[in-house]
Design a binder for this molecule. Structure first.
Ligand code: ADP
Ligand code: MG
Length: 219
């Protein structure tokens, strides 16, 4: 598989004891959203853990993970350039909304006013203008989800992993946040891998849909 810009799982397999959980060969271009779909316990989060470099030692991995032509399979997590979003938006409760976003800004954005500008622009881009000084606990579910996504994107990841991030939202909000997330990832040219057990999520992603064992799933 060749792809200069994007995330490649090159014969990635993961086994736990004698049970094979993951067998994936997949290339996700920048701006594309691929989906791994499967029942609870089938190995979806395990596949993402291998990509972020947080696989527990009892799992055995073979194969390679390439991001923008570089083999990141054995790199420390913080050096992989991979962003991860979970089911529950994790915002630091002791920081303001702006403080949460500042935490993710890369070191190359220097100076207090430049950093503040980036944060205000990010909030405005998500329809959240003026919320920088708010306590995250006062935000609605949809606002929290958007702040969590902004925070992940401000770190300028090259790949974005989404571990059932929409499942706690009710139907209307779910469709809206899902659209927002995919649009932002596409606009930033980020390779995105969505994990879900929801067919609507997989359809909305618009890319290939595979089981953790690499079977192509019809929608
Ligand atoms: P999914 O995300 O698809 O629900 P997971 O990838 O979390 O599934 O889990 C896959 C399998 O690995 C499950 O059978 C689960 O019980 C097992 N598992 C997950 N984490 C560990 C661990 N740290 N140690 C041993 N087994 C684990
Ligand atoms: Mg899981």
């Amino acid at each position: 598989m060749t792809l200069d810009q994007g995330l490649i799982l090159d014969g990635l397999t993961i086994t736990l004891g004698d049970r094979r959980l993951v067998a994936l060969s997949l290339a996700i271009r920048g701006g594309e959203v691929a989906t791994i779909m499967g029942a609870s316990g089938s190995g979806k989060s395990t596949a993402l853990a291998a990509i972020t470099g947080t696989l527990p030692p009892e799992f055995r991995r073979t194969g390679r993970i390439l991001l923008n032509s570089k083999d990141i399979s054995d790199r420390p997590t913080r050096l992989r350039g991979v962003g991860l979003m979970f089911q529950d938006p994790v915002l630091f409760p002791h920081l303001s909304v702006g403080g949460n976003l500042a935490f993710a800004l890369p070191a190359h954005v220097t100076g207090r006013s430049a950093r503040r500008l980036r944060i205000d622009a990010a909030l405005a881009s998500a329809g959240l203008e003026g919320l920088a000084d708010r306590d995250p606990a006062t935000l609605s579910g949809g606002q929290k989800a958007r702040v969590a996504l902004l925070r992940t994107l401000l770190a300028e990841p090259k790949a974005l992993l989404l571990d059932e991030p929409f499942s706690r939202l009710d139907a209307d909000l779910r469709a809206q946040i899902r659209r927002f997330t995919f649009d932002r990832a596409k606009a930033a040219g980020i390779s995105t891998l969505l994990v879900t057990h929801d067919v609507e999520d997989a359809r909305a992603a618009g890319g290939p849909v595979l089981s953790p064992l690499g079977e192509t799933l019809p929608l």
